[in-house]
Ligand binder design. Structure first.
Ligand code: IMO
Ligand code: MG
Length: 430
């Protein structure tokens, strides 16, 4: 039995939450390994809807261990309030079912402010971030001045660490013409939130190694998508972490062999939130219709998502950069009733035809998609639970996608409901 990593194969919002929740039935441990509370994962269980940003999607199920790995940037206030909110929904979170890596980097209010400040700047510097402080926190991690969860357990050592952090941040603040931060305010912020998050702290690398040796099955839950990866995505319009599957190992403290099967999640069309290139984007009523039918509004920020056709060139590329073994294709039902469905199969760039997404920002903005037109289906795929329930033409669409991206569809999701899922291949069976 393999472990499984679930990663987004587009620009995020592919429906990872539902798939992770559905797979978590077979898992013992669910691990987040990158990103932070910029993620928005919606789980629909019976008549209850849970919206998670930071906690692994396994927390809503009994007897699962949820783990936040070292690769995550952790806003302690966000963690405390998500735990509280779930408590109100009847989900109890204790050290029994949640552990957080002692070496996870903390997001502080100075990071949130800086993120928002940069986003309010001139249009050229705008990324369209979630303003959660994700980027600035990762910068401090790489800059070796971050405050980490374990530092909250040693309040005596904090003032020195805060000074080190502020040497950098106050210089930035002066550059923006803003007041400097007071070290005491940051100390107070951290000291007051510490008791709410320290109970979950653990040496996650060791815990996961023990779990693994004991034969317990681990499900790694990616946030964002491969096209938002800081190396492989549409840089600079990306998030600040590696979102590809390889990060599951680094971001949780295990070796690459622990990761197992890579399940990429892709929507039957494409969406994107924030700035950046999007070759198959639709600016017409078809795009509007997809957005309405698909309820394409951000879970975290409420922003309207940009919508467009499925871009097979992009997903073919993420299949490679993440080593995707199989795809979970979601929201096929949103395409029900369209007369013609288009699939992006390649690009034209400066008069040439190419079969990949170029790396440079300029070229990414210039490519024009080459489409294959596909006849739609009149029947409904919504809620289908077996292959036989699908219109023949919808099956053809899925088969064509498989051919174009070079990976099989292992799972087909036909509604937000947990049970409206068709399984072609069980990822845990490797
Ligand atoms: P889930 O897990 C979609 C996007 C932001 C912005 C860029 C950088 O729900 O799929 P950041 O705040 O991370 O520095 O923003 O990344 N972004 C997401 N888009 N889904 C997400 O997460 C996202 N998390 C970040 O919109 O363009
Ligand atoms: Mg999202």
């Amino acid at each position: 039995m393999a472990n499984v990593v679930v990663v987004g194969a587009q620009w995020g919002d592919e429906g990872k939450g539902k798939i992770v929740d559905w797979l978590s039935e077979q898992a013992d441990v669910v691990v987040r390994f990158q990103g932070g509370h910029n993620a928005g994962h919606t789980l629909v269980i019976g008549d209850k809807v849970y919206k998670l940003s930071l906690l692994p999607s396994g927390v809503v199920r009994p007897n699962k261990l949820s783990v936040i790995g070292n690769g995550v940037v952790l806003d302690p206030h966000a963690l405390a309030s998500e735990v509280e909110r779930l408590g109100e929904q009847g989900v109890s979170i204790t050290r029994e079912n949640l552990r957080v890596a002692e070496n996870a980097t903390l997001i502080l209010s100075i990071h949130r402010e800086l993120d928002a400040l940069r986003e309010s700047g001139s249009a050229g510097t705008k990324i369209g971030t979630t303003k959660r402080g994700i980027g600035p926190a990762y910068e401090d991690k790489a800059g070796r001045r971050a405050i980490r969860l374990m530092d909250l357990a040693d309040l005596g050592s904090l003032p020195e660490k805060i000074d080190r952090l502020l040497t950098h941040h106050n210089a930035l603040r002066r550059g923006f013409g803003l007041d400097e931060f007071k070290p005491e305010a940051i100390y107070e912020e951290l000291a007051s939130v510490a008791p709410k998050v320290l109970p979950y702290m653990d040496a996650v690398w060791r815990l996961l190694d023990e779990q693994r040796r004991a034969g317990r099955r681990i499900l790694f839950e990616g946030a964002q998508g491969a096209l938002l990866d800081v190396d492989h995505g549409t840089y600079p319009f990306v998030t600040s972490s590696n979102t590809v599957a390889g990060q599951a190992a680094t971001g949780s403290g295990l070796g690459p062999g622990a990761v197992g099967y890579v399940l990429g999640i892709a929507k039957a069309y494409t969406t994107r939130v924030g700035e950046g290139p999007f070759p198959t984007e639709l600016f017409d009523e078809t795009g509007e219709l997809i957005g309405q039918k698909g309820k394409e509004f951000g879970v975290v920020t409420g922003r309207k998502r940009r919508c467009g056709w499925f871009d097979a060139t992009l997903v073919r590329q993420t299949v490679r950069t993440s080593g995707i073994d199989g795809i979970a294709l979601t929201k096929l039902d949103i395409l029900d009733g369209f007369e013609t469905i288009r699939i992006g199969v390649g690009y034209r760039l400066d008069g040439e035809t190419i079969d990949y997404f170029p790396a440079s920002q300029g070229a990414q903005a210039r490519v024009e998609p080459i489409y294959e037109d596909f006849e739609g289906w009149s029947g409904s795929t919504a809620g289908a639970r077996s292959w036989a329930d699908l219109p023949a033409q919808a099956i053809k669409y899925v088969r064509r996608i498989e051919e174009l991206i070079g990976a099989p569809v292992a799972v087909l999701s036909t509604s937000p409901e947990r049970d409206d899922t068709i399984l072609m291949k069980n990822p845990f069976e490797g």
